[in-house]
Write a protein that binds this ligand. Sequence first.
Ligand code: HEC
Length: 139
Amino acid sequence: MYLGACTQGPDSPRGFSLPEGDPQAGEAVFIAYQCLACHSLKGYEDTDIAPQLDKKVPLGGDVTKIKTYAELVTSVINPSHKIAMGYKREGYTDEQGQSKMRNYNDVMTVTEMVNLVAFLQPQYQLKPFNRTNYPQYFP
Ligand code: HEC
């Protein structure tokens, strides 16, 4: 049986938990921090914000690589951690392979981040973040 390297050990998301967020407050965070400069999100087309990427990164839905709550949080506070292969090809990273996403860690409060993720989470088909997903074998 194969288990991904990150599912166990000190870097595992096991035991990771954030307080429950307020999605409505999170929507305000999403707008205020101008995530739409680089992202598209169904129902949130905003033409007033000057685009910062040639091609916007879609959030939510089935089109993304995000699978778990922990990955969603990671995407916001540590975007370069796990850049999807597709993004590398499409010019979403700089010469060093770092994400072009703005770093919010020194400007966003933890409360804002928790609310933001509570807002974003329902836009994705997420699996619960504390569940271990054992690979299934289809003969
Ligand atoms: C300057 C451009 C820029 C801004 C502003 C920006 N992002 Fe991003 N974001 C990116 C890029 C580029 C990627 C794709 C590469 C990566 O995963 O880091 C990305 C990826 C993501 C992902 C992962 C998407 C996926 O499906 O893998 C999430 C979630 C995300 N951003 C949320 C946000 C939120 C929330 C904000 C506002 C607080 C924001 N971003 C602001 C550029 C930006």
